[in-house]
Design a protein around this ligand. Structure first.
Ligand code: SF4
Ligand code: SF4
Length: 382
């Protein structure tokens, strides 16, 4: 058994993952369960970057915990899902950009997000009351009705800036993660394999049996809720992008009739980001306490904000022909703003880090297959 490379391990969570991976590397019983174990087998020692990479490759299916003969109460105390989950949570904070925002979001993520949403909604309501109070309670579905609450250009300036800031912060965080955890180029093959694995949540299936949640009996429910959330979010994004095309390409202003792609994508996406987060929160509640991830403000904020985004969007769609439209739009826009502002500091990032880990995994396992063919597998290790 090789000793962990403790000199490069900065935190106790990294040291614990390295300790457990060294035991697993000698055992290798779980190598068929997911991508973590084959990636681990390519290493003899584990640096901090390696442990962060492996932690984000783990999908927390729980299979290796139930399969492990060294799990507590054994003296080795091998509990890979928990060790990985703790470290994963730590990586969201470690790589967040800018650095000064990290402590702010660590413990108060949900309250910060809610306070932002309420402030922006109140600002919009105050703005309308000050300029044209009657329009706050005026019903209307004609094109341009939404812009009585906030002029289109002001909306683009406010939401566009926070969205672009969010994208830049995400890019900077991913850059740090990639530089610390990954080596080698981003290849087309790596991107393709990672996209396939992410789109199907391939490694959430416990090696084919399903994910362990309430007990040792595997099910596929967590994968289903992840799919609702992920594809729901993509559909909402498609709805917003199509709306932008309609506005600038066709000179057609919101709100749009129910049969347009903007509405169809938006309603289906809204249902996805309501059903998915509720399913994930319920699964978490029912989960075997041994496998339950500790959720800081960061983790909790993401699912709640996604759920609020879906609920406020669907209510707005259903009641936009009534006099409540102005108020509902202000509330929905407040939630959208808070979601954009907090997305680089919450669990939203786990999808991106996991995707980069999958890109690296596809790249290095592709390399290792080639090296093994040429009898030089050792060149890929250490
Ligand atoms: S989790 Fe346990 S059984 Fe699986 S490889 Fe590690 S030590 Fe072996
Ligand atoms: S994905 Fe599942 S089997 Fe693999 S390390 Fe994580 S919990 Fe264990």
């Amino acid at each position: 058994m090789n000793a962990p490379n403790l000199a490069e391990l900065a935190t106790s969570s990294q040291s614990e993952v390295a300790r457990q991976m060294s035991i697993c590397n000698a055992c290798r019983y779980c190598e068929g369960l997911c991508a973590v174990f084959p990636a681990m087998e390519l290493r003899r020692v584990f640096s901090g970057g390696d442990t962060d990479y492996l932690a984000n490759l783990c999908h927390n299916c729980g299979a290796c915990y139930y399969d492990c003969q060294y799990a507590p109460p054994h003296d080795f105390k091998v509990d890979v899902p928990n060790a990985m989950a703790r470290l994963r949570e730590e990586t969201y904070e470690r790589y967040a950009w800018p650095a000064f925002a990290r402590p702010l979001f660590q413990r108060n993520g949900l309250w910060v997000a809610l306070a932002l949403a309420v402030s922006v909604a109140l600002f919009l309501i105050g703005f309308v009351v000050a300029s044209d109070p009657a329009s706050l309670f005026a019903a209307g579905t004609e094109p341009g009705a939404f812009y009585r609450i906030m002029p289109h250009n002001a909306m683009v300036a406010l939401f566009g800036s926070v969205f672009l800031f969010g994208l830049f912060a995400i890019f900077m965080s991913l850059r740090s993660f990639w530089m610390a955890s990954a080596t080698g180029p981003v290849t087309l093959r790596g991107l393709w394999e990672a996209t396939r694995a992410a789109a199907t949540m391939r490694y959430l299936d416990g090696g084919g049996m399903g994910c362990m949640n309430e007990s040792e009996k595997p099910t596929d429910r967590r994968r289903l809720w992840h799919h609702f959330t992920f594809y729901g979010f993509l559909l909402c994004f498609a709805s917003t992008s199509t709306g932008t095309l309609f506005h600038y390409g066709l000179d057609w202003q919101a709100p749009y009739p129910w049969w347009t792609p903007v509405k169809v994508f938006g309603v289906l996406g809204g249902i996805g980001i309501v059903v998915g987060p509720i399913g994930l929160m319920m699964s978490r509640k029912q989960r075997d306490p041994e496998l339950r991830e500790s959720t800081t403000g960061l983790g909790a904020a993401f699912l709640w904000m996604l759920l609020l985004l879906g609920v406020t969007g669907l209510i707005l769609t259903g009641l936009r022909h009534t006099s409540a439209m102005g108020l509902l739009l202000a509330i929905h826009l407040g939630v959208v703003f808070a979601f954009f502002a907090t997305m680089p500091y919450g669990k939203f990032m786990h999808g991106f880090y996991r995707f980069l880990a999958l890109v690296k995994y596809a790249h290095e396992t592709g390399l290792s297959h080639g090296a093994e063919k040429s009898g030089d597998a050792a060149a890929q290790r250490g």
